[in-house]
Design a protein around this ligand. Sequence first.
Ligand code: AHR
Length: 515
Amino acid sequence: MRFIKYPAMAAAMFAAATAIAAAEVTITIDAARPGPVINKNIYGQFAEHLGAGIYGGIWVGPESAIPNTRGWRKDVVGALKNLQVPLLRWPGGCFADEYHWRDGIGPRGGRPARVNSTWGGAADSNAVGTHEFFDLVELLGAEAYVNGNLRTGSPQEVVDWIDYMTADAKSAPGQLRAKNGHPKPFKVGYFGIGNEAWGCGGYMDPARYTKLYNEYQAAIKARGATAPQLIASGGKDFDLTWTEHLSKHAQGDPAGITVHYYTTATGNWEKKGQATGFGEDQWFSTLQETLKMQGIVTSNLARLDENDPARKFKLILDEWGSWYDPAPGANAPFLQQQNSLRDAVLAALNLHIFHAHADRISMTNIAQMVNVLQAMILTEQDRMVLTPTYHAFKMYVPFQDATSLPFKLDNNPQYTLGKASIPTVSASAARGKDGTLYLALVNTNPREPADVAVSVAGAKASSASGAVLTAAAIDAHNTFAAPGVVAPAPFAAAADAGKLVLKLPAKSIVVVAVK
Ligand code: AHR
């Protein structure tokens, strides 16, 4: 009636309402149609003998003045425990293909020092070996992913290592392990056969690697029940030839085939861009580059579906994250880089992609855990600082082993810079192990906030509470002098007139429990 009486006012009200609707993203979560479980190993980590990735960063030795547990830094391990690290890959990376496990057992004083020829010729005392690694894994409550040496090793060396780790204490390898302090077998969750065989792992083609993989797996599988699950090292980026070859010819049911993808700020490996001090152009290009993960995952999965319709192979991204140019004056081979709000957003976008393919992605390992590339933690002598990526991983803990939920994201504007665009809002929803419905949202736009109206099909969404991660500057980062520049803050919203709207600040991550 009023519309007829005051047509002009009604039209204006309608226009205003549409204007608001146009500016508001909507997400409708279908909680009644649970999807696959998000394997907690998607939150796996990677620690390599590389720069201060282990020595100094996590391991200081039992004699150190830095408080430690049997050599492992208490501050770093304590912080990592809060991330509930489910899985740790070690000792490399490229380093795995020059590592000989016998160097790292027995009394530490008697172990040979070696040159880490992969990473800058640094001295490696071998103080961290098999026993120390499993001690760390136990301290963290994580599962072990041990990466074997294909390039300079042999099937026999790998089998001897697996025997040493897993054989019964009454056997000869088990007795040696017991003599070195651990009668009980270690639990090797996963064992990788080589790494990046297309590059540092031997510069091979997929056919040669697959042939070698089959030889190694046959030797390992002959151990019977004690054989760990094997991981076949695959390709990188959009090169599908490795997934193609392995999914057709790999024998012995590997737990998965790996793909590596690193994000640079420029898409140019020769000039990757800086970790801090960048402008909006590189904020944008980094996020655009990282979103290529979506195409990498879907193209690999499509190839797996063609070759492996029974879906026995899983896809494993056991190296991913940002890789920038070394900071001026830094020791380039040590790959230490600052970590900014941009990296946290990058991590969240990748986690959303992994969640969306939880049926086929069983594991991912961000590179790397401490002091290397997109690290959780940076250290300098006895000091430690948590990075924005650490905070993002902490916010996403409820998604580990949660059941993914389908959702519909509508009216999502593009964030445009120049001629290029990416979606403004990225989302993921899941029912946590505690029964709570969790929603994660990212606003990629560094200039504009985004309002997201949340509804749950068939239920009432009346409130949301959790945390938001944002900062004033696009390259905001934490330092030893200012460790709290990027830190999560509480976030809460309540439904108004039955409508729940989450106001995402510009350049932010929000993770909430929806009630
Ligand atoms: O994570 C650093 C290196 O990147 C790894 O050792 C290697 O596998 C990759 O090229």
